[in-house]
Write a protein that binds this ligand. Structure first.
Ligand code: ZN
Length: 378
């Protein structure tokens, strides 16, 4: 005689078979995701849309055959799909299967979080930080976790305001000392025959100082390299940046992403100064400033080695820290507007930079954001 129970655990062979199938599907999905590289691939596809195996390989720093193997496994589990477009075969996340994954996780998890269609796990008591379901850190005004003092190293006047102005304003508001190092004074940033490089440099330095004051930046240093001629060749630039780091002793450094400037074909990323500063600043902060045998003349002059504990890369294709800048967006705009030699003719600044901030925040559902790839010393 059959028991009268219904639903899960009933003796119904069809239901038992369906439950068995669901468990097999779940096991297959989790097997496919049991590799950090494959999770990283999913994160990249979610953040940047469809990508080719070669793009993924470059970003992850692994070979194309290795990425192809991972993609094959993800495709087998239905997590990723591909569609040939001419000679290219871009891969994208399969949204239906990802929803199934979330549904399975929400059945397994009993911590009270709202994984399906929600805002991610609830924060621990007393902690305002919100963590989204796709593992990106969403940082609000109250919980911006950047150790100070802070140094931002950029190629040109206005790079800082555009890429990190909101974040710097929030840090300055909480008393964090922010030093801004500009490698050039943007002395070739004009097409007007009325300008000369010398006068343009002095105009742009004044604009930068006004913008920095609006954001609350404590000090601006101009290294005086010629706009467009900044080179990274283990020469003077890296030494100059180590000197600045050893002099001002920041715990966190914000700068151009050395990976991002190499894998984007956008003119902004490809600017020679962005490429050079990204490499030199990363080397200076990560490897050289704390090394006693790098630039010993600086030590003889009284500077001590200094260890930077975190790097925040802007213009990154792989951001993992999204800062909600809604509360300071108007200040960011006002700071950008100080660069009249670059933006003076534009009447659409709020719309233009509003769209940019929205696009940056879209992966984590923020209306106005700046984003960084973060490296922290363990
Ligand atoms: Zn620039």
């Amino acid at each position: 005689m059959r028991s009268g129970r219904t639903g899960e655990g009933s003796g119904c062979p069809r239901e038992a078979s369906q439950a068995e199938d669901a468990l097999s599907t779940a096991a297959e999905l989790f097997r496919a995701l049991s590799s950090p590289a494959r999770i990283r691939i999913i994160e990249l596809l979610k953040a940047r849309g469809a990508l080719r195996a070669t793009d993924l390989a470059q970003t992850l720093g692994v070979t194309v055959p290795a990425v192809s193997q991972h993609l094959k496994i993800l495709q087998g589990a239905g997590l990723v799909r591909s569609r040939r477009q001419g000679y290219a075969v871009p891969y994208a996340v399969d949204a239906t299967t990802m929803d199934e994954c979330l549904a399975i996780l929400s059945r397994v998890c009993d911590c009270g979080c709202r994984l399906v269609g929600g805002d991610g796990p609830a924060p621990p008591p007393g902690q305002p930080k919100r963590e989204s379901a796709n593992a990106f850190v969403v940082v609000g005004p109250e919980d911006l976790d950047v150790a100070g003092p802070v140094m931002v190293i950029a190629a040109h006047p206005d790079d800082v305001e555009i890429q990190a102005g909101g974040t710097l304003a929030m840090l300055a508001d909480r008393g964090c000392e922010v030093v801004c190092v500009l490698c050039t004074s943007g002395n070739r940033g004009s097409h007007s025959p009325a300008d000369s490089p010398v006068t343009l440099a002095s105009i742009r330095e004044a604009e930068q100082q006004r913008a920095a004051r609006l954001l609350g930046v404590s000090k601006v240093v101009f290294l005086g390299y010629d706009d467009g001629d900044v080179c990274f060749n283990l020469g003077r630039l890296r030494e100059d940046l180590v000197f600045q780091i050893r002099s001002h002793r920041p715990l966190s450094v914000l700068t151009h992403d050395p990976v991002g400037v190499k894998i984007n074909y956008d003119g902004c990323y490809l600017h020679p100064d962005h490429r050079a500063v990204a490499e030199a600043a990363t080397d200076a902060a990560l490897f050289c400033s704390h090394g006693r045998f790098f630039y010993p003349a600086q030590l003889e002059a009284g500077l001590a080695p200094h260890r930077v504990t975190a790097l925040y890369f802007f213009m990154s294709p792989n951001p993992d820290c999204f800062v909600d800048i809604s509360s300071v967006f108007d200040r960011k705009l006002a700071a950008i507007a100080q660069h009249r030699s670059q933006w003076g003719n534009r009447s659409d600044l709020p719309d233009f930079f509003g769209r940019l901030a929205a696009r940056v925040g879209a992966p984590v559902g923020l209306e106005r954001a700046e984003a960084f790839k973060v490296l922290k010393r363990g």
